[in-house]
Ligand binder design. Structure first.
Ligand code: KG4
Ligand code: ZN
Length: 363
């Protein structure tokens, strides 16, 4: 069984191949960050144009890598693709359209079914990916414009040890959600953000500090050198709901900077990051106490932040010894197509396959 998966929901053009094992034979991502950076955020129109330029070279390159790792030639592997998986929601409309229409075309040409995949579910399923080699492999891809260094998540295998029910915390640029999963398919939204997503708040405060987009990684880097000596509020602390709110915290950082323009930037980053983490932990703890899950799955781009992982690891080992904490390897936290392939792998086994004309962008 081989599944070609495609992800173009925002500003990463990504493809992967899941093969027998199950394992990821190749996973390749072309990031558009250098293009959007000068505008301080993702420009949807530019993103879809770049996806159009990059999607075919990215797919060919990924298939070539997958063919190499399974000792086949490219044509041979292309003939052995059993399904094409693609992110159909949520995301930027123009960006999704490129991936979905490419997948539909391939599905028709290869006469193979399509598996539509939800991006949030894919982030959660990144927890099934185990890559003992880490993301050590960086390479250049001819024909792909955009970023120079491109991480390859090759040879990751799927771990089957995650027990249900599980609670997932998805923290990305567009989402901050707590999702209760009775099983692989049972998704119940337990809480979400009432305003900004955590990643959005991190990116906005980073912008105030003059960092490039996306600023989350810069905040983390500076936070390591600072002290948590500025008191920011923990939003929704006295509230029993599982919802988050980050807009007030962002505004507090803005006012603090206005009042204290000479404040130490490292301390501000350390304190702000800490307030974000406290808020994520607080609602997660409330949710674990109520739902008593066997596993807790961290997911999304912001989980690339080591301070979040360390805080959750410490708290869970001391307070929830019966709930196993999972988090994806760094290369699989931010957008990638391997995670889309994992969802598709399970859906393929359950025969959730569609004809190309029955699949469309769902926004
Ligand atoms: O999941 P993702 O790649 O894209 C969306 O689906 O939104 O998440 C992107 C977000 C951005 O807000 C970015 O600043 C944040 O993830 N991010 C981080 C780190 N790496 C990426 N935030 C904090 N620390 C990091 N190391
Ligand atoms: Zn994402």
């Amino acid at each position: 069984m081989n599944i070609l998966s495609i992800e173009t929901s925002c500003d990463d053009t990504a493809a992967a191949v899941v093969g027998e094992g199950p394992k990821i034979l190749a996973s390749f991502r072309s990031s558009q960050i250098p293009i959007h950076r000068r505008y301080g955020g993702v420009v949807p129109e530019l993103a879809s144009r770049k996806h159009l330029e990059n999607i075919i070279p990215v797919i060919i390159y990924t298939l070539q890598k997958a063919a190499n790792s399974s000792s086949k030639n490219l044509k041979e592997l292309a003939g052995k693709i059993d399904a094409v998986a693609v992110t159909t929601r949520p995301g930027l409309l123009g960006s999704l359209l490129v991936g979905v229409n490419t997948a539909k075309t391939l599905s028709w040409l290869l006469d193979k079914p399509i598996i539509p995949v939800d991006h949030i579910k894919a982030h959660i399923f990144a927890n099934f990916l185990e890559n003992p080699n880490g993301g050590e492999c960086h390479s250049e891809s001819p024909g792909v414009s955009g970023r120079r260094r491109i991480p390859m998540g090759s040879f990751a295998t799927l771990r089957m040890t995650i027990k249900f029910p599980a609670m997932a915390l998805v923290v990305s640029g567009g989402h901050t959600e707590l999702i209760f999963m009775k099983n692989l398919d049972g998704f119940d939204l337990v809480g979400g953000t009432r305003d900004d997503a955590a990643g959005e708040a991190l990116d906005k405060v980073a912008k105030l500090l003059g960092f490039d987009y996306p600023g989350g990684p810069d905040i983390e880097r500076c936070a390591k050198k600072g002290k948590k000596n500025i008191n920011f509020p923990t939003a929704m602390a006295g509230n029993k709901s599982f919802d988050f709110s980050f807009s007030g915290l962002k505004t507090s950082a803005l006012y603090f900077l206005r009042k204290n323009p000479k404040t130490n930037r490292f301390d501000l980053c350390a304190s702000f990051q800490d307030a974000v983490i406290k808020s994520l932990l607080l609602k997660s703890v409330q949710a674990v106490k109520k739902y008593n899950p066997k596993s807790f799955l961290l997911a999304g781009g912001v989980i690339a932040n080591q301070a979040i992982i360390e805080t959750f690891k410490n708290y869970f080992s001391k307070n929830f010894p019966d709930t196993v904490l999972y988090f994806p390897q760094k290369e699989f936290c931010t957008d990638n197509a391997a995670m889309v392939g994992v969802v598709a792998y399970y859906d393929f086994l359950k025969n959730r396959r569609k004809k190309w004309y029955d699949v469309d962008v769902e926004v």
